[in-house]
Design a protein around this ligand. Sequence first.
Ligand SMILES: C[S@@+](CC[C@H](N)C(=O)[O-])C[C@H]1O[C@@H](n2cnc3c(N)ncnc32)[C@H](O)[C@@H]1O
Length: 513
Amino acid sequence: MALQINSMSPPALLHHSSPPSMSPPPPPLSFLSSSSSSSAYSRTSRRRRTAASALRTAHASSPPPPASAAAPAPAPEAVDEFWKWFRDRAGASRPAAVNPGFVPEGLGLVAQRSLSRNEVVLEVPKKMWIDSDAVAASDVGRVCSGLGATWVPIALFLLREEGMGQASPWYPYLRILPKETNSPLFWSEEELYQIQGTQLLSTTLSVKEYVQSVFVKVEDEVILPNKHLFPSTITPLDFLSAFAIIRSRTFSGLRAENLALIPLADLTNHNSSITSDASWEIKAKSLFSRELIFSLQTPVSVTAGEQVYIQYDLQKSDAELALDYGFIEMRPDRQAYTLTLEIAESDPFHGDKLDIAETNGLGETAYFDIVLGSSLPQFMLPYLRLLALGGTDAFLLESIFSNSIWDHLQLPVSHANEKRICDVVRNACKSALAAYITSIEEDEKLLSEGNLDPRLEIAVSVRVGEKKVLQQIDDIFRAREEELGELEYYQERRLKDLGLAGEQGEIIFWEPK
Ligand SMILES: C[S@@+](CC[C@H](N)C(=O)[O-])C[C@H]1O[C@@H](n2cnc3c(N)ncnc32)[C@H](O)[C@@H]1O
């Protein structure tokens, strides 16, 4: 729901979901976030050290080590076949800087020699990308134009090629794609129960609902009328898997109409120690060629036998990482909760407030990501004050204040306005906190005991993170409530400006001489 702060109802603690090209229309969710404790964080570091040592022996023909990946690793001969297919199609002749190899994250890219920082480790020609051009040139492309978001034809293309089995020219690539990840999109009811009350659950359910609604349309308009292309049954779950696999394998920045699956490059795993976002570029193959290639550089130097990692997205919260890729980092700065505030349509000043919000770069709905350990986002308090404006403060909405109202909202307007904000936000935090199935202490205990199944670890970390951020928001507004009597409000500031009040707020009477 929306934050109908004027009518004193609880705020709309909604969540927004993720990448623009593949996300459903903003769903009406609750709060979203994720989490960690310092002990959980150090356990992650330990896990990474173990992963690094496991890697030294990894190569395509070695048996897969115990993996943190959700799906069983492909057979070694499937990886060998993929590698041969890739090199043949790419026309590779020189020894490769990286090979696909078995790593704790499933498959990954293993350096074949020492690599220096920013060295190009692989190049993939456009003819090998599965993108909208590849789909448009295929049988599927001919029957699914006008389907909207780019991921939909790509998903249908994958399902069609998969249905062809070995007859598909993409078979060696499709064969090494995992069937699932640890994203909550793949969790059972029981596993989802562990994130009851979280924004992550709301987002997961909204995304699933969105994909299901697209499936219904696509089944009706494309799959069933084209039995020659889709002879076997395609279930809603197949379609959801295709969506989630595409989502987990596309580079941030290659979204919307540029969405593409890039074989080999999509074997690069994420590492939190890498702090630079862009490790790739799309460029012409050479000075005299118009052919495009995807070129991946290693963001850090890598020794032979180690894995080449990248940073997937510095901006994503743990909950977003979980949803998109099926892993989390468990770092406080990835723990966020999205507060969605909205000017209620029933607000008697709806039009005036909307004008003010829009003039200042906001809208009827505003999303504020609150990160653990960080202060409130810049415009959150002014926006809250605007929403709460009413009663004897409503005069500030009159047109004579239109140029200055946003400045006034940067500071407390009145005791009543500030109190209303505190009440609404604190009540919302309380009701959101009551919806979780465990306490912060219980979750921290579970995390400190360790050895959790990867999905349970994601669930516990995300839910404890959300609760900590909610607790942090509640603490901020509790402290504010306690100082309401000491704050300076609009009327006092105004009297001071006019020289009618002293520094302590005492009224200075004008005495005619
Ligand atoms: C782009 S693919 C990378 C290749 C993938 N490992 C494979 O076997 O095909 C992204 C997926 O790899 C896995 N992954 C990548 N980085 C990871 C990490 N740091 N921890 C755990 N899993 C990771 C997740 O399953 C994620 O959805």
